[in-house]
Write a protein that binds this ligand. Structure first.
Ligand code: CA
Length: 377
């Protein structure tokens, strides 16, 4: 074909195509949707043939239907089932129905179950670095920790360390900034903390210990009675919504803003070998659904905490911030805790280095954006 002929023909074709598209817009739209429908049917048949039905066992550290954490996992299970056209079934075992709450890590590592939903700070006895993946006092918020995981090397470090236990972790929710806890008496200065018995776990507990507090660990079911009877003087838990359900406001009216758990993550961790043997579609569905759960739990905490706080105010709760001498002592205490843990464990040192350098960079931006904005609105 000569060049001039080619240009003429192709221009005419293009113009004709455009005209007919303009004239028969509706007819063409119907045609396309039919084509699409056919394609989808064909894909669905391939999908069913390719992905044989798989059943996975998921155990959690929460009771059945536990608000946000428990119900969030239930929603995840349903979403995976729907997205996979029923080819991926997850059998859900809430706390203690198959595996004791704090045995889920080992059960998944050994392959007794395939997935667990819990929190990395529970496993700090295995490796103190794990507590850092949950966040640390004066550390990252939920938004920052998600950014560090996805784009700052957090996921790589977490997966590398969990691989030693044959585990493959994913983010599975975030409590966002936790409240500093319920106190029977007002804390007016650092000295008021001296000798206080407080239910507070993790790195936060280690820092409170530097302030003269006796950190105590109690099972969830025993905290209220201990606080009521004065066996403990204070307790932290999560945030307004879950704290209100525990009833702490009835026996300890002083409710402090927090710094010890600014963005604690929840985890959805898989038996690594089992996960790697799943089809590429099933793995993609699980990754997308866990990401959805991670986001939605965070939003649910934000929404429900806001409502619960105004309800708590109506019940006469006294909102407080820790005095400045407590905050500066806590920041100094944190430095000591980090030095101590880093000297004992090179994994802790490495994870802290990555998390703290990401936090410092993030702070310099947040200081001129989020922080400024929050004081303006
Ligand atoms: Ca807590």
């Amino acid at each position: 074909m000569k060049r001039r002929d080619f240009i003429t023909t192709s221009t005419a074709l293009a113009a004709g195509g455009l005209l007919s598209a303009c004239n028969d817009n509706n007819r063409r739209a119907i045609d396309y949707s039919k084509i699409q429908e056919k394609k989808e049917k064909k894909l669905a048949s391939i999908h069913v043939n390719y992905n044989k039905k798989v059943t996975l066992k998921l155990a959690t550290s929460w009771p059945a239907h536990f608000p946000i954490m428990g119900t969030g996992v239930e929603n995840f299970v349903q979403r995976v089932n729907t997205a996979s056209g029923g080819s991926l079934e997850i059998k859900l075992y809430p706390k203690n129905t198959l595996i004791p709450a704090l045995a889920v890590f080992d059960a998944c590592s050994s392959g007794e179950i395939d997935i667990f939903h819990s929190g990395p700070y529970y496993w700090k006895g295995k490796n103190s670095a794990f507590s850092l993946f949950s966040g640390m006092p004066f550390g990252m918020t939920s938004e920052e920790i998600n950014a560090w995981m996805h784009f700052g090397g957090g996921y790589e470090l977490w997966r590398e360390l969990y691989a030693k236990y044959n585990l493959y972790p994913m983010l599975g929710g975030n409590t966002n900034i936790q409240m500093g806890g319920w106190f029977r008496k007002e804390i007016k200065e650092l000295n008021d903390l001296n000798g206080l018995k407080m239910r507070v776990p993790g790195l936060g507990g280690e820092v409170f210990a530097k302030l003269g507090v006796n950190p105590i660990l109690l099972p969830a079911g025993e905290i209220y009675t201990a606080l009521e009877r004065g066996v403990i003087d204070a307790t932290e838990w999560v945030g307004p919504y879950l704290d209100m359900k525990m009833g702490f406001y009835k026996v300890a009216p002083y409710y402090y803003s927090g710094w010890h758990e600014p963005g604690s993550i929840l985890e959805l961790s898989f038996n690594k070998e089992r996960f790697s043997k799943l089809s590429i579609e099933h793995r993609a569905i699980l990754e997308m659904a866990s990401e959805e759960m991670n986001a939605k739990m965070t939003y649910e905490f934000q929404a429900k905490n806001s409502l619960a706080l105004s309800e708590l105010k109506g019940k006469g709760v006294i909102l407080k911030s820790f005095p400045s001498d407590v905050i500066s002592a806590a920041k100094k205490g944190l430095i000591d805790v980090v030095k101590y843990e880093s000297a004992k464990n090179s994994d802790f040192k490495e994870v802290y280095k990555s998390a703290s350098s990401f936090l410092n960079a993030s702070k310099s931006y947040s200081d001129v954006s989020l922080k400024k904005y929050l004081t303006l609105r």
